[in-house]
Design a protein around this ligand. Sequence first.
Ligand SMILES: [Ca+2]
Ligand SMILES: [Ca+2]
Length: 180
Amino acid sequence: MERFKKIGIACILVAVFLLVGLNMYLNGVFLPKWITWEEKIDRGDFNSDGFNDSVQLENKRVFLLREGAVVDQTPREWQISNYEIADIDKDGQEEIILLLWKRGEDSEQASSLNTLEFSQHVFIYNVGDRELTPKWMSSKLEKNIKNWSVDEDGVIHTVSDDDNKQSWYWKGSGLESVEE
Ligand SMILES: [Ca+2]
Ligand SMILES: [Ca+2]
């Protein structure tokens, strides 16, 4: 009887260990070590509606605040390493550009239920009335972005984890990249 009790406790410990490990994995703990996980906040009237907006990156999630209250947030299963705010399509309104990791290679906003594999993506959002509205989503990036910046013309400059430099331009309905 004592033996069965010990086996039972061992099984529970293994199950707890696996669950903790899976949870850590899903939270991006095992993603590449070169990723810098930024935490920051920007304030302004990004959609020019007269109300103060804030965009905050905290614990790998982006929150949209209106007059100090959270009105929208990115899904828990996305791991967001950084964002930039820029008028990427030069229409006078600023967009939020997210650099993130999620499961599944496609551009769908939802993380795939079919795979555990993470891939890196660039997603662009407009600041809506009380929500982030999707504008453009990349599928899995060919080269993982290690560093990036956005210049005053709304061009994104990226450096990959293997030191490949690219510039990303808005072309009508999406971003197109060219090697620098
Ligand atoms: Ca506003
Ligand atoms: Ca714009």
